[in-house]
Write a protein that binds this ligand. Structure first.
Ligand SMILES: Cc1cc2nc3c(=O)[nH]c(=O)nc-3n(C[C@H](O)[C@H](O)[C@H](O)COP(=O)(O)OP(=O)(O)OC[C@H]3O[C@@H](n4cnc5c(N)ncnc54)[C@H](O)[C@@H]3O)c2cc1C
Length: 494
C-alpha cells in the first residue's frame, strides 16, 4: 500500500454508529482529505478485490454503513462554496446553488450558509448528519411542500469504479455540457434515470465527494406549539380540517402519546410559518423555546436518569411522555429557519433509536395507523410488559423523484416510533412495530431500524415500483460490486 494511504488510515479500527447498535472492524479505516485520496483508496481496493464504503456521522440505526473491507470517514471534506457560474446554463445562473463537500455536518453547514446569507429549505429534526449521509438514506423533515434532502440536490460528484470521477445530473441539468467537456477528468452524465437513482443510493454507486444543492436566502420562522386531544385531532383529520392546515402551513408536524391519560391520547402540534424578519415579536420569551424541554433535551445525565427510571418503573411511561409533551408547549418562537427546524435535544444522539414508516398522506390511513399503534402499545404492555419510552411523531413530505425514496411520487406521512435505547425490550418493541406497520403497507426508513425488511424483499419490490431501474444502473456503474455491502444485498437490491 502507498505510504500516503497508510498515513491516512488505521488498520482494524473499530467503528460504531452513534447509538452503538452497529459496530464493524474493517480491514482499514480511512480519513480521506480530498478526491485524490478517494481515487487511490478505490484503486487499491479494486486491485485486491475489496469493497469500499463511506460513513457520515453514523446516525443511521440500520446496517447501511456496514463494510468489512475499506471504510472511509468523510469528515475531513467539509468545504462549502457558491457554485461557479462559468459552467452553468443561463437559466441556472440566478438560482441559489451551493456546492458542498460530502462530509460536512449539517450544523456546520447551517452556520456557513447563514454567514453567506443562505439557508437549507428544510432539514430533519437534528443537525448531526453529514450532507451525504442525509441524502443517501432519504432524510426528511416536515412540510408537505418542503423537499427532503435528495430533492434539494441538483448535481453530485462521485468517485466510481476504477477511480473514475463522475458528475451526475438530471437530463435538463444545470451544467452546460459544451463548457464542461473541456474538463476531461470529470465525466458528466446528464440523465434522469442515473440522477434519480444516485441521489438516494445507500452508498452503493460510489463515494460521493461533492453535492450541489439549490437552497434559499436566509429566512425566518415563527413556531407555535400547542396541545390537542386525539379525539379532537381525529375529528379534524376525518373532516379534512387538519389536512387543510398541513397544506396551508409551511411546516406542520404532531406527536402523540401512545398511552391514554385520563381517557384520551394527548397530541402536541407544531406549526411553523415563514415570516419576515421585521415581524420579529417583542419580548425575550418569543425568542426562546420552552426552557424546560430545551434544558432537559440537552443534558445527557437527565436522559440517562430517565432511562434508569424507565427500567425501574416502565409502567409510568405514559405519564412521563405526557409531561414531556406538555413541556414542549410554546406561546410562540421566532428565529432563523435552521434553529426552528431543529426539533430535538443533544442527548438523543446516543440514546434515541427508532423505526419509521412512510404512508400515503391520507387522513383515513393516518387514523387507522395511529389507532393500531395505540392498540399495539397496550397489547405490548398487557402481554409483554413492554413499554415504549417516547411519543409518536408524524411528519409530512412532498412527492420525491428519487426511485428509492419512500415518498416516491406521492405525498407522504412519516410515522415514527422512537425509543430510548437500552430501555427494557427496546428492539423487541421495534420488531413488533415493524411487523405491524409493514402489514399496514408502511415503508420503513432506510436509515432507521428496519431489519424486518431483510425477510421481505417481495415487499420492497412491490413498494418501490422502479427499483429495477436503480438496481440495473447500479450494476452498470459498479460492475465489480466494489460499493455493495451486506445491507444492500440483504435488501434484495443488488
Ligand atoms: C437523533 C437522530 C435523529 C434523526 N432524525 C431524522 C429525521 O428527522 N428525519 C430523517 O429522515 N432521518 C432522521 N434520522 C436518520 C438519519 O438522518 C439518517 O440515517 C442519515 O442517513 C444519517 O446521516 P449520517 O451522516 O450519519 O450518515 P451515515 O449513517 O453515516 O450513512 C448513511 C448512508 O450513507 C452512506 N454514505 C455516507 N456518506 C457517503 C458518501 N460520501 N459517499 C457514499 N456513501 C456515503 C453510508 O455508507 C450509509 O449507507 C435521525 C437519526 C438520529 C440518530
Amino acid at each position: 500500500m502507498e505510504p500516503r494511504l497508510k498515513s491516512i488510515s488505521k488498520e482494524r479500527y473499530t467503528w460504531h454508529n452513534a447509538t452503538s447498535n452497529v459496530e464493524v472492524t474493517p480491514l482499514r479505516f480511512f480519513y480521506p482529505e480530498d478526491k485524490d485520496d478517494i481515487i487511490e483508496i478505490i484503486k487499491d481496493a479494486e486491485q485486491k478485490g475489496l469493497r469500499v464504503r463511506a460513513v457520515g456521522s453514523g446516525h443511521s440505526f440500520s446496517e447501511a454503513t456496514i463494510c468489512k473491507d475499506y471504510l472511509l470517514s468523510m469528515k475531513k471534506m467539509d468545504e462549502v462554496f457558491r457554485t461557479p457560474k462559468s459552467d452553468l446554463k443561463e437559466e441556472f445562473k440566478e438560482k441559489h446553488l451551493v456546492s458542498i463537500e460530502a462530509g460536512i455536518i449539517l450544523m456546520v453547514l447551517n452556520k456557513k450558509l447563514d454567514a453567506m446569507g443562505l439557508a437549507l429549505p428544510n432539514m430533519g429534526a437534528v443537525d448531526f448528519q453529514t450532507v451525504s449521509g442525509a441524502l443517501l438514506t432519504g432524510t426528511h423533515g416536515t412540510g408537505i411542500k418542503q423537499p427532503a434532502f435528495p430533492d434539494m440536490v441538483r448535481s453530485l460528484k462521485l468517485v466510481g469504479t476504477g477511480g473514475a470521477l463522475i458528475q451526475i445530473e438530471p437530463s435538463d441539468g444545470m451544467t452546460d455540457a459544451t463548457t464542461h467537456s473541456q474538463q476531461s477528468s470529470l465525466k458528466l452524465i446528464q440523465d434522469d434515470k442515473t440522477f434519480y437513482s444516485a441521489i438516494l443510493s445507500l452508498g452503493a454507486f460510489g463515494i460521493i465527494y461533492e453535492v450541489t444543492m439549490e437552497i434559499k436566502q436566509t429566512f425566518w420562522l415563527q413556531e407555535k406549539r400547542y396541545i390537542k386531544k386525539w379525539s379532537k385531532l381525529k375529528e379534524e383529520l376525518q373532516s379534512g380540517e387538519f389536512m387543510a392546515l398541513v397544506e396551508n402551513t409551511d411546516f406542520v408536524a404532531f406527536r402523540a402519546n401512545p398511552y391514554k391519560i385520563k381517557g384520551d391520547h394527548t397530541c402536541a402540534i407544531v406549526e411553523q410559518n415563514i415570516v419576515r424578519e421585521e415581524d420579529k415579536p417583542k419580548g425575550f420569551m418569543s425568542l426562546q423555546r420552552n426552557l424546560i424541554s430545551t434544558i432537559f433535551g440537552d443534558i445527557e445525565y437527565l436522559i440517562e436518569s430517565t432511562i434508569r427510571q424507565m427500567n425501574r418503573k416502565p409502567q409510568n411511561a405514559g405519564k412521563t411522555i405526557e409531561r414531556a409533551l406538555n413541556a414542549t408547549k410554546d406561546i410562540s418562537y421566532f428565529a432563523k429557519s435552521h434553529k426552528v427546524l431543529y426539533q430535538s435535544g443533544l442527548a438523543v444522539i446516543r440514546h434515541g433509536i427508532s423505526s419509521e414508516f412512510a404512508f400515503d398522506a391520507n387522513a383515513e390511513k393516518m387514523v387507522e395507523v395511529l389507532e393500531r399503534i395505540f392498540l399495539q402499545a397496550s397489547i405490548n404492555a398487557k402481554n409483554g410488559k413492554l413499554y415504549q419510552s417516547s411519543h409518536i411523531p408524524v411528519r409530512f413530505v412532498p412527492p420525491s423523484k428519487a426511485y428509492l425514496s419512500s415518498a416516491y411520487k406521492r405525498k407522504t406521512a412519516y410515522i415514527d416510533v422512537p425509543l430510548l435505547h437500552n430501555t427494557i425490550g427496546d428492539f423487541e418493541i421495534l420488531e413488533r412495530y415493524q411487523e405491524m406497520m409493514i402489514g399496514l403497507g408502511g415503508i420503513p426508513h432506510w436509515g432507521k431500524v428496519n431489519n424486518k425488511l431483510y425477510e421481505r424483499n417481495d415487499f420492497i419490490k412491490s413498494k418501490f415500483k422502479d427499483w429495477k431501474i436503480w438496481s440495473d444502473l447500479r450494476k452498470q456503474l459498479d460492475p465489480k460490486g466494489t460499493f455493495l455491502n451486506d445491507f444492500v444485498v440483504k435488501m434484495g437490491l443488488s
